[in-house]
Write a protein that binds this ligand. Sequence first.
Ligand code: PEP
Length: 250
Amino acid sequence: MTPGVRPLIAGNWKMHGLAADGLALARAVATGGAAIRAELVVCPPATLVSAVAAAMAGGPVAVGGQDCHAAAKGAHTGDIAASMLADAGARFVILGHSERRAAYRETDPTVRSKAEAAIAAGLTPIVCVGEPEDDRLLGRAEEVVAAQIAGSLPPGFGAAGGVVAYEPIWAIGTGRTPTEGDIAAMHAMIRARLVAAFPGQGEGLRILYGGSVKPGNAAAILALPHVDGALVGGASLVAEDFLAIARAAG
Ligand code: PEP
């Protein structure tokens, strides 16, 4: 945890949730979230952003999207502009998740353009970075993530209070996590890059860890230096688990 920084616990629901169960999950998180110090955000599928935001209005839990287009509007069938997410009640948007980098071949410049669009629409971008297992095994994890940081964050990222989520690809949904030492080393490297890129701002930007965060490992991970919260996938679909992770942030 970085002293003086309010932790952020973000739930990525991915492609899970119809109206009834999504709203029930959101309400359960909102009820339990009132007593929690960490800032909370849930990122439902786009179809539920508006309804979840309406249900959460005035409460302790913010809403985010899981992606947006880089353009403000136009002929982009099936895509969603950042301003549309904001209009639906979102305050955050996850960008460059490894599932999108893999399935839609999103590159660092794409992610950077999306982050620019998100900031222009008043959203806080949560930009995901993380290495494949091969690069970890070859000792290249920090090099790969440093390149993603250099390529994915636009100039306005620091002033906008942008969030970086370090998510080793091989840890997502697998139940495996890096060692605490490896997480701490990666977050320290990311902090150094943020401080260099955004002088006067990089010290306070939040760096989340993501990848198989569960109630059982959250406290140890969240206690590491420069780990300012978590991006939670599977465990965010169970309100009690998500809330337990949030409580572990202190
Ligand atoms: C994710 O996909 O962002 C993620 C962290 O998933 P999980 O927590 O399920 O590993």
